[in-house]
Design a protein around this ligand. Sequence first.
Ligand code: ATP
Length: 526
Amino acid sequence: MTSTLRALKAKSASKAIQEKRQLDRRRELVCLTHQFLVDQGFFAAADQLQQDAGISLSKFEVADNMDLPIVFQHFLEYYEMRFGKLPKIMRKLDASEVSAKKALLRGTGNGNSNSNGNPAISAGPASGTGSSGPATTSTRRAAAGRKGELSLMGSSSSSLPEGARSTQDEMEISGHAVSSANRDQHGGNQALDEEAESSPADRLLRPLSQFLAGSSNETRELALTISRDIFTENPEVRWEDVVGLEDAKRLLHEAVVMPARYPDLFQGGLVSPWKGVLLFGPPGTGKTMLAKAVATECRTTFFNISASSIVSRYRGDSEKLIRILFELARYHAPSTIFLDEIDSIMGQRGGGGGGGAGEHEASRRMKTELLIQMDGLAKAEDAGIFVLAASNLPWELDHALLRRLEKRVRVELPCAAGRQRIFEKLLPADHRTQGIEYAALAARTDGYSCADLSLLCKEAAMYPIRRAMASLHAGAGDAAAAAPGKLAVGPVTRDDALSALQATRPSAHAASEQAYARWQESHGSS
Ligand SMILES: Nc1ncnc2c1ncn2[C@@H]1O[C@H](COP(=O)(O)OP(=O)(O)OP(=O)(O)O)[C@@H](O)[C@H]1O
């Protein structure tokens, strides 16, 4: 009896010790992360972490010779020594995992939460339950347990194997794109490309707090607005997502992507990189997609701004907004600024400001500011900034602006082959469709833009849904079919596609195609 009691007591004491260790380890992890965020200048995030974790980190400091990069570096070294390769730290999530994670981050997910509603931090070594491949408890314990060696190892990367060193370099140059150029120059091999595929391509931005330090409230607000509404996370559009437009792609590749990848080849003189490119053509032909593909390809920070929204939303502040937009682009360089619908602010006769002599003073100042900022792009310190503008009405553009958009690229309506590819992509020949005649559809959609074609396909896909709804209403569906999410929807048929064709008209006019062709002849690039 006594021995059973003793065993129970010992078990309870060991459990208490384990729990305390877990708690300590969590606190240490939070503390290390907090210090890392502070060191990197992510003050707002550090503050938020402190609030979320519910502990006052101002009472703690990480011990000497201890910080997250050092712990990480030691882990990498240990892992490579033990397993002969570097560990895979991040993996790409699929679409459903991305939405689950976003929901979790918004606080609506069902992920593990602690009693404060905070996501549970893995207990680490003390729990002894780590199971993520070879990097398990023992590895972590080894990394954490070598505190005494840390000062000897220091933070020098010279003792690291090549791969580990480059990982550290990537961390240190946060805020600067690890450009494809670097990778190409250091081997450019497939393994590195695969590595890029599986690790986040997104840029690690420099903390905004440094940019905002000492700035006025007004500047602060505009910079926050730009960061929130205009800066776009990695746009993730690849060249191959953009159907057709081979000439436009080739020109952009030459004018923008090559200089970003191989800056040494484009230094000064005759072959300095283009600073401004205009994409012109009918609506819905892929100008925005092309701009995003350029930003994805060059791994630049992407600022996507609709010029008409500057006029409508920031009227009084538009001049300052432009200035701060370029300052932020410089801060986060290399950057691509995409100015969509540029004609709405840079029309020859005072677009966006009321027109002619009566042009609004604020609008005139904004135009002047944009021209000044674009002039500044030629300076060496602005080397990493590139402006892409798009317009459906290039002939209305101010000549002063046109001079600064050195290259003008026409984005045309898709040809028959391009239209066919769009149909094949949007109505793929699988169980979702039946008997679609792609070539016939392509032949009958001359003059349609890609956006029109995508509307047409959407319309076609509605027919089977309408049929299913009608049969449901007619009581033809059984109880299972009526259950939400279980409605049986048939394939999109050839007739559905033809009916959708009847119901969808092209948005561009043949006359405007001729106008684009004429303007290309007088102003375009080839
Ligand atoms: N070349 C293309 N390849 C594939 N899809 C395209 C292409 N062009 C347009 N689309 C489709 O049409 C939509 C609208 O395209 P996008 O916004 O790039 O056109 P745009 O030329 O910028 O139009 P606007 O001048 O009206 O801003 C895209 O989201 C995409 O679905």
